[in-house]
Each structure stands twice: as structure tokens, then as C-alpha cells.
Design a protein around this ligand. Structure first.
Ligand code: ZN
Length: 153
């Protein structure tokens, strides 16, 4: 994980108290920019090949990365021509869950999306099941890697 865990926790707390998503964009030269997204989510200025990684929060518990997260990770890697880690973080019962998503620029994003869309529909029915299915399926892909980190509260 490239982000400092104390900073990750702080950003999740800010997100919870305001109900908004925060995004931190870190560049190869070390500069960092923090964005507070609009209530509808909003878009990030990711059109730079100098981005080292992007970290963002969800104000409500999220047990898996969303399709929007996957697409953003893909766009980041296309712009750079190499995988750029996208982190997504939210608080769950026992701590803060951080997902690190990396997608190869030559990945077939349509195929990945086709497989994720039906799984997204299951989310309303069973969080636990959704989490397991999506996780296993994603991990089995050649061009996408997802790592899960749990930070203690
Ligand atoms: Zn997200």
C-alpha cells in the first residue's frame, strides 16, 4: 500500500463527517492534491501520465470496489501506459477496508465490466456473497489485481 495508513484513516473520518467522497491524487514528483467530490460523486482530473496513485474514500461502508472504481483504474493506466494503483477506502465494522486496484492498460475493460455489472446487482441482496463472488472472480483475471487491506480503527 503506497498511502500512509494514518492519512488513510484521517481521510475516511473526514469523509464520514461530511458525507462526501475525498480523493487524493499523488504525482510522481511527490506533489499531492486533495479533492472533495460533489454529492453525485464527480470526476477527477486524472488526465496526466505523471500520476503515481489515486486514493479515494467512500462515506458509507463499501465491501467491494465499484464498477466506477474499476473504470477509473483502467483509465488511469491507459493514460500512463502502465498500471496506476487506485485505492478505495471506507469503514466497515472492524476497521477501515482499503482496496488497491491495478489494471493493465491492455485489459479488456468491456469484458471486465460485463462480468461486474450482474454482480453489482446482487449487492442489494447479500453483501457477504457479493463480496466473495466479486473478489474471487477479479482475482482470477490476468489483467486486474485487487489487494485488500484492513486497517484497525
Ligand atoms: Zn469509489
Amino acid at each position: 500500500m503506497l498511502i500512509d495508513s494514518n492519512l488513510a484513516k484521517k481521510l475516511v473520518s473526514m469523509s464520514e463527517s461530511t458525507g462526501r467522497e475525498y480523493a487524493l491524487i499523488v504525482y510522481e514528483n511527490g506533489s499531492k492534491y486533495l479533492y472533495r467530490l460533489s454529492l453525485s460523486g464527480g470526476s477527477l482530473p486524472i488526465y496526466s501520465s505523471n500520476i503515481k496513485y489515486v486514493f479515494h474514500t467512500h462515506p458509507v461502508p463499501r465491501y467491494t470496489p465499484s464498477l466506477a472504481d474499476i473504470v477509473t483504474a483502467y483509465n488511469l493506466s491507459r493514460i500512463k501506459g502502465a498500471p496506476v494503483p487506485l485505492y478505495t477506502a471506507s469503514r466497515v465494522e472492524d476497521g477501515i477496508v482499503v482496496y488497491e486496484i491495478k489494471i493493465h492498460p491492455s485489459a479488456d475493460i468491456n469484458k471486465i465490466a460485463e462480468e461486474i455489472i450482474p454482480i453489482e446487482k446482487i449487492i442489494s441482496e447479500d453483501y457477504e456473497k457479493y463480496s466473495k463472488i466479486q473478489h474471487y472472480r477479479m482475482l482470477s483475471k490476468r489483467h486486474i489485481t485487487i489487494a485488500r487491506y484492513l486497517l484497525a480503527n
